[in-house]
Design a protein around this ligand. Structure first.
Ligand code: TLP
Length: 345
């Protein structure tokens, strides 16, 4: 059976155009800097984001990890949101592998970090304390609802951090969703920050890969760290080729995923027991909580959805996240609304 797979946009398979580009890609040994397709992708990504240089990495997790370890040393501290992906879902890699401490602050409802909270988290110059080195922001912010972070906030946050000698890294796993949803050029979101990771393998549909972008000096350091992490890939042009197709042809169509997420939310809103939160999705993620009147557990609902040919993931004890993407069409959206109506009746 072809499932309507709403668990994540990470489940997207490559498009036929990507498979063709992958088959034909000229390749070389990227550890020698010899892979023309990887080099092309890196140049394209850096230019799109308005940065000096870029580095192709196997995953968003490695992009954030190599980025943070290139900026920070052992005993340094990173200020980040308490629902940030780096804090919640990256295995604590910055501390496990880099000895970097994290200081988590509560995000505002819109996923932003309040400047007063950042200010209060900055450590004093005191031998008892770690050294505050970096602030990380997430755009779109996944756990806060796939919410976009606007250019004005990013500028304010970056100016504030830079004035205090801090570096700013952006986890832009879904950076292009953010830019498309806000109708702004992606460079307006990335211009103010020092480094950014974005993913090719989510809504952009490439099978593997993320790109870390920043200054030439920073990327030089990050490249060494990527090697330490075992991320020095050889004929990686095979996968980078899909990334080029992703950047060149799959960005503008993210708007379709956002429209479908809104239709899905709209349909679900009429089902008793479903409480959308946020009420209207900013991008491609629909989050909802279950009212107490619903006696089924999230596991039971997941199972019943699967029987209807729909894959969905609970993102909390009474909370679901449904993610739209290239392989979800209008019929999939309708099928999901009808199934949940029946299951929760
Ligand atoms: N997120 C995954 C899960 O790990 C939760 C998903 O299905 O959304 N930053 C953000 C904001 C992410 O959402 C993710 C993946 C990553 C980084 C990590 O990317 P990968 O999976 O490529 O390491």
């Amino acid at each position: 059976m072809e499932y309507v797979d709403l668990r994540s946009d990470t489940v997207t398979k490559p498009t036929p155009a990507m498979r063709e580009a992958m088959a034909k890609a000229p390749v070389g040994d990227d550890v020698y800097n010899d892979d023309p397709t990887v080099n092309q992708l890196q140049e394209l990504a850096a230019a799109r984001l308005g940065k000096q240089a870029a580095l192709f990495v196997p995953s968003g997790t490695m992009g954030n990890l190599a980025g943070i370890l290139a900026h920070c040393g052992r005993g340094d501290e990173v200020i980040m949101g308490q629902r940030s992906h780096t804090f919640l879902h990256e295995g604590g890699g910055i501390s496990t592998l880099g000895g970097v401490h994290s200081c988590q602050i509560k995000e505002q409802l819109d996923g932003s970090l309040a400047l007063e909270d950042v200010e209060a988290a900055i450590r004093a110059d005191d031998e008892h304390e770690p050294v505050t080195r970096l602030v990380e922001i997430e755009n779109t912010h996944n756990a806060c609802g796939g919410v976009t972070q606007p250019p004005a906030y990013i500028e304010r946050l970056a100016d504030f951090a830079h004035a205090r000698g801090l570096i700013v890294h952006m986890d832009g796993a879904r950076l292009f969703n953010s830019a498309v949803a806000q109708g702004v050029d992606v460079s307006r979101l990335t211009g103010p920050v020092d480094s950014v990771t974005f993913c090719l393998s989510k809504g952009l549909c490439a099978p593997v890969g993320s790109v870390l972008c920043g200054s030439a000096e920073f990327i030089h350091k990050a490249r060494r760290i990527r090697k330490h992490l075992g991320g020095g890939m050889r004929q990686a042009g095979i996968i980078a080729a899909a990334g080029i197709v992703a950047l060149e042809t799959m960005v503008d169509r993210l708007a379709d995923d956002h429209i479908r997420a809104r239709s899905l939310a709209h349909g679900l809103n009429d089902i008793p027991g479903i409480k959308l939160n946020p009420a209207v999705p900013d991008t491609n993620m629909v989050f909802f909580d279950l009212a107490d009147s619903i006696k089924l557990s999230t596991q039971q609902i997941e199972k019943k959805l699967e029987e209807h040919g729909i894959l969905a993931h609970a993102s909390g004890p009474r909370r679901f996240r449904l993610v739209t993407h290239y392989w979800i069409d209008d019929a999939g959206v309708e099928k999901t609304i009808a199934a949940l109506k029946e299951i929760l009746a």
